[in-house]
Ligand binder design. Structure first.
Ligand code: NAD
Length: 342
């Protein structure tokens, strides 16, 4: 276990079980150097406890890097709830989780993530103030995450094509959840052509009807000819099996931990595919929940989110100049801010 700590430079790992509410939860705090650790709570099924630990540790580290490059006053942390096959009482489950968060005394602040909803955070809020992004506070992170990804796609186009117009640009979106669907709407309004997939057929149909999108089966999304591939569903989808099939020039999406391993970022670089590092492009939601909590005006939050495009442009330019992959540049920038020893 301590090897995992050392490998991820983690500072705390907390476990909590409450049989009466089916809660089995893990909170990882990567760093509180720049402020309380802030990161969402993922509620998904895991094949094993080890898989849940690895997921939360990796995600917490990503949150530290994300907060550093977005320049928000937070450290990095993340929580997982190991989803039981049938949740008997969802409100009780999230209130129990809220008490777990509260017990950490504010070193970790929670928010929504995959499998959790704003209404779940309302339950958390009943027992702790260490939460941001409920139905009542107006800090829903997903629309701002989608906006940040949209600006990131524009930044990538500007970098390579010299203009950021989305007119006729073909974007393949994997996953039409909170972020993917909102992104589809922004792209459609800007004139992009959409190719979409989701394991939920109803979401695909809605996207076809509302945005004239073309649906493909989920397994086909990797080989669809397109300009931009936008992963907005799962992690680890850029790997040895998928990369050889990609027919895109850019990868820019909201999913966390898109690269299965760092070498996959190198392979993309060698193939000439411009990869927008995930924790840079998907920082809009963090900007919303962090700055919302710190009473910053919404106009400033929007401005900071659109500035994600500027950060990405700097990373792309350095990547070209030094012939180093974009994910390596992003890591170096974040590690300088976090004073990570090499
Ligand atoms: P979500 O759970 O609302 O949406 C995910 C979607 O992906 C769902 O519609 C699901 O059916 C679909 N999906 C699952 N497996 C799939 C597959 N094999 N092929 C195609 N589609 C599949 O989640 P979200 O909030 O939209 O977040 C999407 C991703 O972005 C996640 O990786 C999340 O961690 C990351 N992210 C989200 C936010 C945010 O503000 N919501 C912020 C930063 C990062």
């Amino acid at each position: 276990m301590f090897e995992k700590f050392e490998h991820a430079n983690l500072s705390e790992l907390h476990f909590h079980a409450d049989e009466s509410t089916q809660l089995k939860s893990i909170i990882a705090i990567h760093s509180t150097l720049r402020g309380p650790a802030l990161g969402g709570c993922r509620c998904v099924e895991y094949a094993s406890e080890d898989e849940a630990i690895n997921d939360v540790v990796r995600l917490a580290k990503g949150m530290s890097y994300k907060a550093a490059l977005a320049n928000v006053p937070q450290g990095g942390g993340k929580a997982v709830i190991i989803k039981p096959p049938e949740i008997e009482n969802r409100n009780a489950l999230y209130q129990s989780f809220g008490k777990f968060v509260d017990g950490l005394g504010g070193r970790y602040i929670t928010a929504v993530d995959s499998g959790s909803h704003l209404s779940d955070m309302d339950q958390v809020q009943q027992v702790t103030s260490y939460v941001s992004g409920c139905t009542s506070d107006g800090f829903d992170p997903s629309p701002l995450t989608a906006l940040g990804v949209f600006c990131g796609i524009q930044a990538a186009l500007q970098h390579r094509r010299g203009n950021n117009s989305l007119q006729g640009i073909r974007v393949a979106i994997q996953g039409l959840g909170n972020v993917g669907f909102a992104l589809a709407e922004l792209l459609h309004k800007a004139g992009a052509t959409l190719i979409v997939c989701d394991i939920n057929k109803a979401k695909q149909r809605l996207c076809e009807q509302k945005f004239g999108a073309i649906s493909v089966p989920p397994e086909d999304i990797y080989q669809v000819p397109c300009d931009v591939f936008s992963p907005c569903g799962l992690g680890a989808i850029l790997n040895d099996q998928t990369i050889p099939h990609l027919q895109c020039e850019y990868i820019a999406g909201s999913a966390n931990n898109q690269l299965l391993a760092p070498n996959h970022g190198e392979i993309l670089h060698q193939r000439g595919i411009l990869y927008a590092p995930d924790y840079v492009i998907n920082a809009g939601g963090l900007i919303q929940v962090s700055l919302g909590l710190n009473h910053i005006a919404q106009a400033d939050i929007l401005k900071k989110t659109t500035d994600i495009g500027k950060t990405l442009r700097q990373i792309f330019e350095r990547s070209d100049k030094d012939n180093i992959s974009t994910h390596t540049i992003a890591d170096q920038l974040a590690e300088d801010i976090l004073q990570v020893k090499h």
